[in-house]
Each structure stands twice: as C-alpha cells, then as structure tokens.
Design a binder for this molecule. Structure first.
Ligand code: PLP
Length: 402
C-alpha cells in the first residue's frame, strides 16, 4: 500500500475548479466569467503591445543572461515599483525609509509580509474585509496567524460600502492587529471607499495602532489612472504611517504567469528599514531563494523609459476603458430586458469584477442552463464580457432573477 494512503484529499481551489468545469463543457456558447484575467473583445488573452516590444528587444540582446538575482530581487525593479505606488514625490523615498523586495507576485508579497509580521513582530491578529479575495485568509493562516477576523464591508441592501460597520469593527480591533486594505478595485465587490471614507479609516488605524497592509493588485487597471488608483496608499504615506504594500504586476502588465511582484515597505527611519530588509532576506532565502527575472526585467525597462512608460499607460487605458464599456453594455442590456431589480451597481463598481448580487441558486441555474460560469458568490469578471456575448449573458441573468 501507498505511504500516502491516509493523506486527506484537499478541497479544490474554487476558481480553478470552476475553470475545469468550464473546460469540460462541450456547449458551443459557453463563457467563463470566473478567473480574473483580462480578455479582448474577441474573448482572448492579451499580451500588452509594450510588453511584446520589450520582450523582442530582450530576445535580441546578446548581453542579457540568466544569472541568479540577489535574494531581494532586481534593484532597479524594486525601486521603480516602490516609486510607482508611493509617488515620485514621496518623502519616505526621499528620506531613504521606503524600499521594496521582489516577490513571487502579489501572493508572494503578502506571504513574505505576513511571515515577517508574525515572526519578527509577533503579530497574530489579521483583519480582512467581508468579503475579500479568498487567498488572504490562507496566506495569513499558513504564515502562522491564528486569529483571522473580518471587518464589515459589503452592504447587500445598498450594494455599496458599509462604512459604519467597517469603522465599528476596526475600532473594536486589538492594538497591533494587521489590517488588509485593498488599495483600489476591491476584489470581489468592486466597491472602494471614497476619499472622506479613507480619511475616517486612516483615523481609526492610527487611533487603534493597527498595522496597515495594502494589497495593490490593480494599480492603473481600476480607473485607468496610476495616480488615482494609488490615492489611498499615498494618503497613508503622507500621514507618516509605517506600512507594507503588496504590489502585483499580473493585471496591469498582463504578466500573470511571470510572478512579478514587489513588497514595498515604509518605515520611520532608514536604520529600521535596513533591519527589516535583512529579515526579509532571511525569510526569502529558504522559501524561494531568489526571484525570477523575466517579468521584473520587463517592468523595470518600461518604468525606466519615458516612451515605454507612456505606451504602457495607453495600454492600461485600453484595458480599463474596455471594462467600463462592458459595464455600460451589460447594464443597458439588463435595462432593455426590464430585468427586475436595480442594476446600477454594475456601472458604479470599479475594476475587473462586478459583485452582481446573484445568489448561489441563481448562479447554479445560470451555469447549468446557459453554460455561463461565474463564482458561487455572484462575482463576474467584467473582462470576459464582449460585445458578442453581452446580450446572451444579460438574458441568462434576466432569466435567473425573473
Ligand atoms: N490580491 C488581490 C485582491 C487579487 O485579486 C489578486 C489576484 O487575483 C492578488 C492579490 C494576487 O495575484 P498575483 O499573485 O497573481 O499577483
């Protein structure tokens, strides 16, 4: 008998299980609104033109090699990406008390940060929004956090932010809790706090001495504007918080499988930052030893060259405006069908996802009858909607709620 005979079968990861079901489906009109990746209006993955150009240059460059990177990654990438999120004029950068560590994308940045907070600061309580990106919980649990708590976020009755509940829950948090804040384009709800709500959140984080850990997975992708999407992070930086920011280049560069990320760290002084970085290096070495080069080389090249940078911003606007167009189109089709209920949240929400408000029974109905695959919680990837399928998807939703 196998040595593994008593190993328990782990449950599948929901979003990957959904994609597997979609692949097995032979229906000609099947659509996958599950996985969070950009699609063109033809329903295809998109390599950003600026990325293609840089890759072609790299392929022709006789000097580039595949030597190991340092444990903390490619310095030019970490510097450029920290600056991208904190802003060119951030005092923390000018005062040498902010820097980055290259990670295995956003997931790796969250994990590295969580490992550090547990191991070096003894933190054990983590707060996440209800709901949140599911992996936040697993990442912090596996890093040793035993006390994972929720703060209220989504108000099902208004299909908006429950700011009162959010503030109440954070006010009741013990000191030194880690609080995960989605920098923009909240996943899965597509609902972000407005500037005055961010101000209130910041006040509570300060009063209660919570540790802000921003998850920035959609900078530029949300509004089409890199600065606007970094608003909340920069507000905290200006108010002199110590914090971490996990940055993912999966979505805004379309580099999903290249695992390109940065953990930006802001400390009170350069000496503290140096000590923190030394511990990060100690954690990363036995975990992945050193990070991959391809994606970060592309990002560093683009961020370090004015012409490429301008082209990238243009590519980002292409993606974000297609998403806005699809929001308007789906909304309009539902209106034409006189679908019961108010669907304004489809156009009010921001980012890659829309939290439709569909319940799990309606979701099952849509999957089984229409072969349109969406997450059990009603989340849909707006990028998977195209001018060709919007009507079909709207009629599926209409049928499910009528
Ligand atoms: N955080 C949020 C909120 C996300 O939605 C995602 C990806 O879907 C990530 C982090 C991390 O993605 P990656 O590890 O590909 O950077």
């Amino acid at each position: 008998t196998s040595r593994f005979v008593d190993v328990e079968l782990a449950p599948p990861v929901p979003v990957f299980a959904l994609t597997a079901r979609y692949r097995e489906d032979n229906h000609p009109n099947k659509y996958n609104l599950g996985v969070g990746a950009y699609r063109t209006d033809e329903g295809l993955p998109w390599v950003l033109p600026v990325v293609r150009t840089v890759e072609q240059q790299m392929a022709a460059d006789p000097i580039l090699n595949h030597e190991y990177l340092p444990v903390c990654g490619l310095d030019s990438f970490c510097k450029a990406s920290t600056k991208l999120v904190l802003g060119d004029d951030a005092s923390a950068i000018a005062q040498n008390r902010a820097s980055g560590v290259q990670t295995l994308s956003g997931t790796g940045a969250l994990r590295l940060g969580a490992e550090f907070l547990k191991r070096c600061l003894g933190m054990n309580v983590m707060y996440h929004s209800k709901p949140t990106w599911g992996n936040h919980i697993g990442i912090f649990q596996d890093a040793g956090f035993t006390d994972i708590r929720e703060y209220r976020y989504w108000d099902a009755s208004t299909k908006g932010l429950d700011i009162k509940g959010l503030l109440e829950d954070l006010r009741a948090a013990p000191e030194d809790s880690v609080v995960i804040l989605h920098a923009c384009a909240h996943n899965p709800t597509g609902v972000d706090p407005n500037p005055s709500e961010w101000e209130q959140i910041m006040q509570v984080v300060k009063e209660k001495r919570l540790f802000p850990f921003f998850d920035s997975a959609y900078q530029g992708f949300a509004s089409g504007d890199l600065d606007r999407d970094a608003f909340a992070v920069r507000m905290f930086e200006k108010a002199d918080f110590e914090m971490m920011i996990s940055q993912s280049f999966s979505k805004n560069f379309g580099l999903y499988n290249e695992r390109t990320g940065n953990l930006a760290i802001v400390a009170k002084d350069p000496e503290s930052l140096r000590r923190v970085r030394s511990q990060m290096e100690k954690i990363a070495r036995p975990m992945w030893s050193n990070p991959p080069n391809h994606g970060c080389r592309i990002v560093a090249t683009v961020l370090g060259n004015a012409a490429f940078f301008a082209e990238w911003k243009d590519n980002i606007r292409t993606m974000s405006s297609r998403i806005s167009d699809m929001r308007r189109m789906l909304h309009e089709k539902l209106r034409q069908l006189k679908t019961p209920g108010n669907w304004d949240h489809i156009t009010n929400q921001i980012g890659m996802f829309s939290f439709t408000g569909l319940g799990s029974k309606q979701v099952d109905y849509i999957i089984n009858k229409y072969h349109v695959y969406l997450m059990n919680n009603g989340r849909i990837n707006m990028c998977a909607i195209t001018t060709g399928n919007a009507e079909y998807i709207a009629s599926a939703i209409n049928d499910a709620v009528s």
